[in-house]
Design a binder for this molecule. Structure first.
Ligand code: SF4
Length: 613
């Protein structure tokens, strides 16, 4: 099976058993790798009775056939399970060096079940595998220190470590998993699933070669595509200013939201943008394995209350979440808040979203000092935000409410409709009032509100794609957009299966050529998109089996309130119009939103049809 290592490591933590299993060739053929392969495996293993934080919820770490090849921005992998955040499909995509190292160690993925009787970490080295005691690491709050401690303990300075922090240990559903220089499997609470298994970390080291079908052809393609990618204007911008390079641009369109989604613009955006970082606290850049873009930031704050040593700097979502959303205009403070989350192992989007919601409720008089333990939550107060992160991780008082996320917080105070989330997951910082497509993207994402299952806002900015047949339409257009969003989702399903970074502006035909050179297949774009559609529909079927209905697909109230001024003034997207079209395009029942039997059968998913229709 060219392109794949051919085996996965199955770990039963309850029994302490470790065994190799050949990767299922039929699944690989139809689902590519990464999250596509993961949903096919999890389809057989997860049902409505599976407790997301119980021993029966398998936790999968899957690479793709391009992971570690040095191709364009493909040093990535996915972490998947039933999500404790949403109760639905859980998926998180992560960079760094861990995924390539797992492949070099001989595995396409890990399938972890059960629950260890005491804290452990997994050590994988060139096919040799071992569970080791992690009792001395449990309770060590810093995900960075955990990585260092394990490397030193093993005497393996080049080993790659994925670790949970105190948030994951405490099974907080906002918990992520951190590796390397601040790379996070951030969304859907995968850190909590890992914590529920008493699994502190997974460490990998490998020296093997990747089995490419046509290494010569792959090398040629990789060289040219990496060269072109490096010179692409978007890559240059990201290298210079990180993923927040577009902050001012997003703000100009009203896409960067502020004051918990109640303002369409942030006047101080120039103080917190990627450009501002480059001019003030930036000390260096970092890249995931083999990536020529290098969007990672190294920063050092040298004066003021947040002065300290060099750390990883915030990316766009963290900046927006802890900056404009809280009306904090101090980049040093935002950096500090992001770093607190990285150390504890918290998803910065969901954490900032929940904290900004608390500020909003305080502002509205729904939450008061009597609820927060006397803490005043005034817009712009970074110290109060930092205190809330501490309380959240400790699950102390008001923090215990925050730890369950914004939907639970809203429910507690009787205002759940005000929480800006979809299916329990906080909305990322790309306002659908700026780009109508994002209403559909958020509503139909299989993992709750998500901008990575389709970053269609980039299309609305002008990043159209002739090869995918995706044109530039008016940003407020609703009719006629759903079909293009669906194609884009299918394409991103392929990217999340290969696993390719969505920041990489690589032509579709080049990605398909790389895939073919790696695996020996002869797919064209249509066949590749068909695989993406299959994966998207199986994730949909997975969610329908877990109880997702048409009623789940709605936007929170605040996103349906027009803003009085700014670039989005007076506009809210009509989600119903787009959803009606979308269901028709997808071949889903217009009343229930479930894929029809014909749709599933046409994609080779007939096995899923009887499970929920
Ligand atoms: S663009 Fe950034 S996140 Fe994506 S692979 Fe490169 S360094 Fe990693």
């Amino acid at each position: 099976m060219d392109g794949y290592m051919g085996k996965i490591l199955c770990v039963d933590l309850t029994a302490g058993e470790l065994r190799n299993e050949p990767v299922n060739e039929e699944y690989v053929r139809d689902y590519v790798g990464g999250s596509g392969l993961a949903v096919r495996y999890l389809w057989d293993l997860v049902g409505p009775d599976t407790d997301p934080l119980g021993p029966d919820n398998p936790l999968l770490f899957f690479t793709g056939p391009l992971t570690g090849t040095g191709g364009p921005s493909v040093g990535r992998f996915t972490v998947c399970a039933r999500s404790p955040r949403t109760g639905l499909w859980g998926e998180s995509n992560c960079g760094g060096f861990w995924g390539p190292e797992l492949r070099f160690a001989g595995y396409d993925g890990l399938l972890i079940t059960g629950q260890a009787s005491k804290p452990v970490y997994l050590w994988v080295q060139d096919g040799r595998v071992e569970l080791r005691d992690a009792s001395h690491l449990w309770g060590q709050t810093d995900t960075y220190a955990t990585q260092t401690a394990i490397r030193e303990e093993l005497g393996q300075p080049r080993a790659q470590v994925m670790a949970i922090g105190s948030a994951g240990e405490r099974m907080i559903p906002l918990a992520n998993i951190i590796t390397g220089h601040g790379r996070a499997a951030g969304r859907t609470g995968m850190g909590a699933v890992m914590g529920s298994k008493n699994l502190k970390a997974i460490t990998v080291r490998g020296t093997g070669k990747l089995p490419l079908a046509d290494p010569e052809r792959y090398r040629e393609l990789r060289r040219r595509i990496n060269r072109e990618l490096k010179e692409h204007p978007r890559s240059i911008g990201q290298r210079m200013a990180g993923s927040a390079a577009g902050a001012e641009f997003f703000d100009m369109f009203g896409s960067l939201t502020a004051r918990y989604f109640t303002r369409g613009q942030f006047p101080a955006v120039g103080q917190v943008s990627g450009a501002a970082m480059a001019e003030t606290i930036l000390t260096g850049i970092s890249a995931c394995h083999g990536c020529v873009i290098a969007c990672g930031r190294r920063v050092a704050v040298t004066e003021g209350p947040y002065a300290g040593s060099e750390i990883d700097g915030p990316e766009y979502e963290t900046i927006c979440g802890f900056g404009p959303q809280l009306l904090i205009d101090d980049l040093a403070a935002i950096t500090h808040l992001g770093h607190l989350c990285d150390c504890c192992g918290l998803d910065t989007i969901s954490t900032s979203g929940t904290i900004a919601f608390a500020f909003y409720l305080f502002d509205q008089g729904i939450v008061g000092p009597q609820d927060t333990g006397g803490l005043k939550l005034a817009w712009g107060d970074a110290e109060a935000a930092a205190r809330l992160i501490e309380l959240l991780v400790q699950q102390d008082g008001f923090g215990a409410l925050l730890a369950q996320g914004s939907l639970a917080l809203g429910r507690y105070f009787g205002v759940e409709e005000l929480a800006v989330q979809v299916n329990g997951q906080e909305v990322a910082y790309h306002d659908p009032r700026a780009f109508s497509s994002m209403a559909l993207v958020y509503a139909t994402s299989p993992r709750g509100a998500c901008h990575n299952q389709s970053d269609y806002y980039m299309v609305e900015f002008g990043q159209t794609d002739d090869e995918l047949g995706i044109p530039l339409l008016d940003k407020r257009q609703e009719e006629g957009k759903a079909a293009h969003v669906a194609v884009h989702q299918d394409w991103r399903s392929v990217c999340n299966s290969l696993v390719l970074c969505i920041f990489a502006a690589v032509p579709v035909s080049d990605v398909v050529a790389l895939f073919n050179a790696a695996t020996g297949r002869e797919w064209d774009i249509a066949e590749t998109l068909r695989a993406g559609r299959r994966i998207w529909n199986l994730k949909r079927a997975f969610n329908c089996r877990l109880g997702l209905t048409r009623a789940n697909e709605r936007l929170p109230r605040l996103l349906l309130q027009p803003l009085a001024d700014g670039p989005t003034e007076g506009y809210v997207p009509d989600l119903d119009v787009m959803l009606r079209e979308y269901y028709a395009v997808r071949g889903w029942d217009p009343e229930t939103g479930k894929p029809t039997r014909e749709t599933l059968a046409g994609l080779g998913l007939g096995f899923a049809a009887g499970e929920f229709t």
